[in-house]
Structure formats: structure tokens, C-alpha cells
Ligand binder design. Structure first.
Ligand code: ADP
Ligand code: ADP
Length: 236
């Protein structure tokens, strides 16, 4: 089944007289349980697409459905709960993922409490997540005391805290060396298989793009059909 359906998606940014067409009729289907990467030149519309998928921005026209939610029709309040319940984000900069003054454990508890989960349940889930990322002994440390790869694993765990259907990652290995990049991609793959979560990774890194079920190239705000590699998803 399809988790994401984008049909003729258009996004135009307006600033006074100036209009920038960021997406011009983009089509995209992503199946439940897939792990895909999105590649494309700077300015091709990757971040715009990710922001729309994540409910941070709305399209100017076209249809987009994620996990049965028609994103062009959600009001502000429904979009906020969509962001909390359906989506997990991992950003390039670990500083944008983790609160520096909180411990790793607190970073994992916070998004759950903001989502209405009780303190007790949030704490139990935080410890399951710490086991999942192999950092159970680091619960009381602050992010600054972890390596870049460890911080990015915590960021992924934070994104998974509310059991999202869709994990979005914007250049999640952009600040990591190649060994750590491999490790993080393998980790994305393992949670994709273990938890069944669908993953979309925007990347410039060819090493990432070769390890997913499918790579989609975006060019001038459209999926570039000649470079789409359609394969049977590994999980299906
Ligand atoms: P990418 O992530 O592939 O680099 P973006 O989605 O950031 O591409 O940008 C696509 C186009 O839209 C670019 O021309 C960019 O300058 C423009 N753009 C992106 N965000 C905004 C914005 N908030 N306001 C105006 N123009 C924007
Ligand atoms: P990326 O590394 O993904 O290409 P960018 O530097 O293009 O990132 O964009 C970073 C952020 O700035 C994004 O959220 C994007 O929407 C916004 N942005 C990009 N271009 C513009 C623009 N011309 N005007 C306003 N915001 C923009």
C-alpha cells in the first residue's frame, strides 16, 4: 500500500512581486515500509518537498496524502497533531535535533510528553529507545558528551519517540565522516526493517543513495523520470 501519494504538487513562494516556483507538478508514490533517498541539485526543491511532507508548509496546488491524511485540507491544529503523531524528523545539524541542556533521556522523554503521553510511559519508552540505539549507559549524559554518530543516533531515536509512520531525514549524514555515515545508514536500515517505519532521506551522498530501496531524483521541482530507479522494495 502507498503511504505517500503526491499528485501534480506545485509550490510557489511569493515575496512581494517576486515568485519562485519550487515544485512544478511533482508526482511521487512511496510505499509503506520503503526506505528511499531523494537526490537533486541545490535549489531543485528537495527541502520544499520535505517541508510539505512533514506538515511544516503547504502546497500551492496539487494533492498530497500521507497515511490517509489529505495535507492540503488540514487546518493548523490538525497539521500540528499530524506533525506530532505521523512524522519524525532528523535534521543535518544535531543541534537542531537535540536540546543541549537536557540529558539524552530527557531529550527522549520530552517529545512524548508534548504528545500527551504520561511521564511513566514516556520514561519506559525512552529506555527502550536507548536500548535500540545501544546507548543505555549514556542516559544521563548531555548531547555534547557524545560523538557525532552517537548524537545522530539519539536524534533518530527522538524522531521515533512517538512511533511515527514516516521518518524524514534532511542530509542526516552531512556532518559525518564516511565511516560514521555508513554506520548511520546501516542504523536507518535496521530500524526500517525492525520497526517497519517508512523512511525518506534527502542526501547528496552517493554512499547513502546506493543503500536504499529506491532513489528519486528531483530536477527543477519535478521527479526526473529518466533517473528514477524503480525496484521491488526490499520489505515487500
Ligand atoms: P533544495 O532543498 O533542493 O536545495 P529548496 O526546496 O530549498 O531546494 O528550494 C527550491 C527553490 O525554492 C529554490 O529556488 C529556493 O531558493 C526557493 N525557496 C525555498 N524556500 C523558499 C522560501 N521560503 N521563500 C522563497 N523561496 C524559497
Ligand atoms: P538545502 O541545504 O536543503 O538546500 P537551503 O540552504 O536551500 O537548504 O535552505 C535552507 C532553508 O532556507 C530551507 O528551509 C528553505 O526553505 C529556506 N530557503 C531556501 N531558499 C530560500 C529563499 N530564497 N528564501 C527564503 N528561504 C529560503
Amino acid at each position: 500500500t502507498q503511504l505517500v501519494i503526491c499528485d501534480n504538487l506545485i509550490k510557489i513562494y511569493k515575496a512581494g512581486e517576486l515568485e519562485t516556483v519550487a515544485l512544478q507538478g511533482l508526482d511521487l508514490d512511496v510505499y509503506q515500509g520503503e526506505m528511499i533517498s531523494i537526490v537533486g541539485a541545490s535549489g531543485s526543491g528537495k527541502s520544499t518537498l520535505l517541508n510539505i511532507l512533514g506538515g511544516l508548509d503547504v502546497p500551492s496546488a496539487g494533492r498530497i496524502t500521507v497515511a490517509g491524511h489529505d495535507l492540503s485540507r488540514l487546518n493548523e491544529e490538525d497539521r500540528a497533531s499530524y506533525r506530532r503523531q505521523i512524522i519524525g524528523y532528523v535534521w543535518q545539524q544535531s543541534g537542531r535535533n537535540l536540546l543541549p541542556d537536557m540529558t539524552i533521556e530527557e531529550n527522549l522523554i520530552l517529545p512524548q510528553m508534548l504528545n500527551g503521553i504520561s511521564a511513566g510511559r514516556s520514561k519506559r519508552r525512552a529506555h527502550e529507545l536507548l536500548e535500540l540505539i545501544g546507548l543505555a549507559t549514556h542516559a544521563r549524559r548531555k548531547p555534547v558528551h557524545l560523538s557525532g554518530g552517537q548524537q545522530q543516533r539519539v536524534a533518530i531515536a527522538v524522531a521515533l519517540a512517538n512511533q511515527p509512520a514516516l521518518l524524514l531525514a534532511d542530509e542526516p549524514t552531512g556532518e559525518l565522516d564516511s565511516t560514521t555515515t555508513q554506520e548511520i545508514i546501516a542504523f536507518f536500515r535496521s530500524i526500517n526493517q525492525k520497526l517497519g517505519v517508512t523512511i525518506i532521506i534527502v542526501t547528496h551522498d552517493i554512499a547513502v543513495a546506493t543503500q536504499v530501496d529506491r532513489t528519486i531524483a528531483i530536477r527543477d521541482g519535478r521527479t526526473s523520470t529518466e533517473t528514477i530507479r524503480r525496484e521491488q522494495p526490499i520489505n515487500q
